[in-house]
Design a protein around this ligand. Structure first.
Ligand code: PMP
Length: 293
């Protein structure tokens, strides 16, 4: 089988030869931004939106990506194409580039652009059939006053600290609270509650990632006439919700049936969660950039 080809700064390299410098500030400081993107049946789902989020994060950290958004979209599609993938996952990374051992980004004149297209490791079917058991993490989501979590920075230590807690507890995901104790999001997914047939999700200003899947679910729900509220809430609302589900590029829409030992609803994945997941998978068949141009 041909080697996987990795895009680095405009060229494709076999996986074994795809290397970056130890002086790259992406490695030394986590200085950079990234995206996780998915292709379904030859289309890259909401690629324009992912690239727009990448560029807006880059703007905030004053990182000038040396490609236009259109060129980046074409490069992502190329990467899927040269690897013969019509379904898969892509990691798009832009680092500050090679500098010296100091923090100063001015010492890094050229950002490094990396695109890795790969097969997707799907969540096990039992997550969808039976729902997830999750905990509330002690690690608080980084405050938007320190670093806006609307960015997707290469430094994911805040989420990794919480992920370690979930692993210690033997559960696949964990809920992270804001520094004020409001529900923010999970370590790698956004969170929704269902209450009396309506959706409730934390507002972006509390400090969570503006998830592309989160927005897709808000869009499809509203198209169905389902009310969606973006409001602050604490764990009490989560424990007493009719349904809880998580959204993310890898997870899509995954039900949660147990939180901190409390059963959610009747302890089974809920009907609205199932319906929204179905509508989301329909969306993935036609919403996105065609890989073949
Ligand atoms: N929150 C965090 C912290 C994430 O890392 C992610 C992406 N894995 C999400 C939410 C979901 O975002 P998206 O739907 O854009 O994948």
């Amino acid at each position: 089988m041909a080697s996987q080809l990795i895009y680095i700064d405009g060229q494709f390299y076999p996986k074994e030869e795809a290397k970056v410098s130890v002086f790259d500030h992406g490695l030394l400081y986590g200085d950079g931004v990234f995206e996780g993107i998915r292709a379904y049946g030859g289309r890259v789902f909401r690629l324009k939106e992912h690239v727009a989020r990448l560029y807006s994060g880059a703007k905030t950290i004053m990182l000038d990506i040396p490609l236009s958004q259109e060129e980046m979209i074409a490069a992502v599609c190329d990467c899927f194409r040269v690897n013969g993938l019509s379904d898969g996952y892509c990691r798009l990374v832009v680092t500050r580039g090679i500098g010296d051992l100091g923090l100063d980004p001015r010492k890094c004149p050229v950002p490094t652009v990396i695109i890795i297209a790969d097969q997707i490791t799907l969540y096990p079917p039992e997550y969808y059939d039976n729902g997830l058991n999750v905990i509330t993490c002690a690690t608080r989501r980084v405050s938007p006053q320190a670093l806006d979590p609307a960015l997707k920075p290469l430094n994911y230590l805040n989420n990794i600290m919480a992920k370690i807690e979930t692993t210690q507890a033997g559960v696949p995901e964990g809920i992270m609270l804001s520094s004020e104790g409001y529900v923010s999001e999970c370590t790698g997914d956004n969170l929704f509650l269902v209450e009396k047939g309506e959706l409730l999700t934390p507002p972006l200003y509390i400090g969570n990632l503006a998830g592309i899947t989160r927005q897709a679910i808000i869009d499809v729900a509203r198209e169905q006439g389902i009310a969606v509220h973006e409001d602050l809430f604490r764990m009490h609302r989560v424990y007493n919700a009719d349904e809880v589900f998580l959204t993310g590029t890898a997870a899509e829409v995954v039900p949660v049936v147990r939180v901190d030992g409390r059963s959610i609803g009747d302890g089974r994945p809920g009907p609205l969660t199932g319906k929204l997941w179905h509508l989301f998978t329909e969306l993935t068949t036609h919403d996105g950039e065609p890989i073949e141009g």
